[in-house]
Design a protein around this ligand. Structure first.
Ligand SMILES: NC(=O)c1ccc[n+]([C@@H]2O[C@H](COP(=O)([O-])OP(=O)(O)OC[C@H]3O[C@@H](n4cnc5c(N)ncnc54)[C@H](O)[C@@H]3O)[C@@H](O)[C@H]2O)c1
Ligand SMILES: [Zn+2]
Length: 390
């Protein structure tokens, strides 16, 4: 056999169909519990095996949660076999910084004899979704994952994503896998127990995605930003729903769900955000870092891509009205921060590609960054933040 023989080199392209199931509910463990029960499809002649995972901070903030889950399990025991006890895991970014936690999750999935048709149902913030989702993605090469994001960021962005993972080598999401969740349920009641700080975090991603893809939504978000900050759900809930939908549409219709191409438009503002998170030892939340990162790349876009200064100003005001931070002492260490650009390239490989905006609703990819201009953008954002603070 030599490489010259006709069948010694075979390239066959193929595609795999996926279904992304996204649901919105008012009270998923109350009046809308059929939505969750119906997502958990049993195999013929069997009950669906389910393991429940909960973010500890959510369990503590919602003292009736475990009872409500137990009631749910009893109500649907004719079709669901829910593993007991519920698995409670630490909430927040710390869960993504300790590989031993992943090993313990795998131990629990193995002890429960879960198989590929079993369901891992996870309630939590984006960090818990990422970590439990990663364990579910590698156990048996993939157990069905149903996410119930309990934060605005989880509902408007990460919950509908097809990525999961944990941090390694002090780098965000270095270890992870692409995996399409079986289903996602965004439940309005779930958000009630969220702190004010975390409530606004998800809206930095809503600003980001609307700036890129939906100018009407961006205008509306700017108009209702102060109501959102006050947690008025008449203003906030439609924005979360639209943000989730835009992220979902990008993933399912954007042509590159598993990020094979060099551009990652949904990561607008994220090169510095990810770097800031690790530079600050995760003192700042992802959503807060994204607010700062979006502000910086917006001003940089106005300095280099023709984005009108007035539009850049609207973005900064919108983020401010939402109650998001626009500065952090770590921004002063620009050389450290700029390492984020190389990490951003490395994560994907290939040519460095960064998405910027030339107008609200119009993105543009660039392959080089002018460090002098970028420093200028960082300074302008800091000046805006200082002016607003004084
Ligand atoms: N996989 C993806 O595509 C993707 C996309 C964007 C972000 N992310 C990741 O998501 C994470 C950020 O998610 P996040 O903003 O939800 O932060 P988080 O998970 O750290 O949650 C913030 C805090 O709120 C708590 N919490 C969550 N819901 C609560 C509730 N209902 N009641 C009381 N407390 C609650 C959490 O325990 C945590 O302490 C980051 O790790 C980020 O990298 C992933
Ligand atoms: Zn993000």
């Amino acid at each position: 056999m030599t490489s010259r023989e006709p069948d010694a080199c075979i390239d066959v392209s193929f595609s795999v169909p996926f279904t992304h199931r996204l649901r919105f509910t008012d009270d998923v463990l109350g009046a809308d519990q059929h939505v969750l029960a119906e997502l958990l499809e049993p195999s013929p002649g069997q009950r669906a095996r389910v393991q429940l995972w909960i973010d500890q901070n959510v369990a503590e903030a919602q003292p009736d949660l475990l009872d409500r889950l137990a009631t749910f399990s009893r109500h649907h025991q004719d079709r669901l076999e829910v593993e007991s006890p519920v698995q409670v895991v630490p909430g927040g970014e710390a869960i993504k910084n300790d590989l031993q936690v992943i090993v313990r999750m795998l131990d629990a999935m193995n002890a429960a004899n879960l198989d590929r048709r079993s369901y891992v149902v996870v309630i939590g913030g984006g960090a818990v979704l990422d970590a439990v989702g990663f364990a579910a993605a590698i156990a048996h090469r993939g157990i069905r994952l149903v996410r119930l994001p309990s934060s605005t960021l989880g509902q408007g962005d990460s919950g509908v994503g097809v990525k999961n993972g944990v941090n390694l080598y002090r780098k965000k999401n270095w270890l992870g896998a692409f995996a399409v969740p079986w289903g996602v349920i965004n439940d309005a009641r779930m958000l009630q127990s969220l702190s004010d700080r975390d409530f606004v975090c998800g809206f930095s991603e809503a600003v980001k995605v609307s700036m890129l893809k939906d100018t009407a939504m961006f205008d509306e978000l700017c108009a209702v930003a102060r109501q959102v900050r006050q947690r008025d759900m008449r203003a906030a809930w439609p924005m979360i729903r639209r943000s989730a939908r835009l992220h979902l549409d990008h993933i399912t219709q954007g042509g590159d769900p598993f990020e094979m191409l060099e551009a990652r438009p949904l990561d607008f503002g994220h090169w510095s955000a990810h770097r800031l998170e690790s530079m600050t030892g995760f003192r700042i939340r992802h959503g807060e870092a994204v607010a700062i990162g979006v502000a910086i790349d917006t001003v940089y876009s106005s300095l280099t891509q023709g984005l009108p200064a007035a539009d850049a100003d609207r973005v900064l005001h919108c983020l401010r009205d939402l109650g998001l931070p626009l500065s952090d002492p770590a921004l002063a260490e620009t050389d450290e921060l700029f390492r984020g650009l190389e990490e951003f390239r490395q994560h994907l490989g290939g040519q460095f590609t960064l998405t910027l905006v030339s107008a609200i609703g119009r993105s543009v990819d660039v392959h080089e960054i002018d460090h002098v201009r970028m420093k200028q953008a960082i300074q302008q954002v800091a000046q805006f933040a200082n002016r607003e603070a004084s």
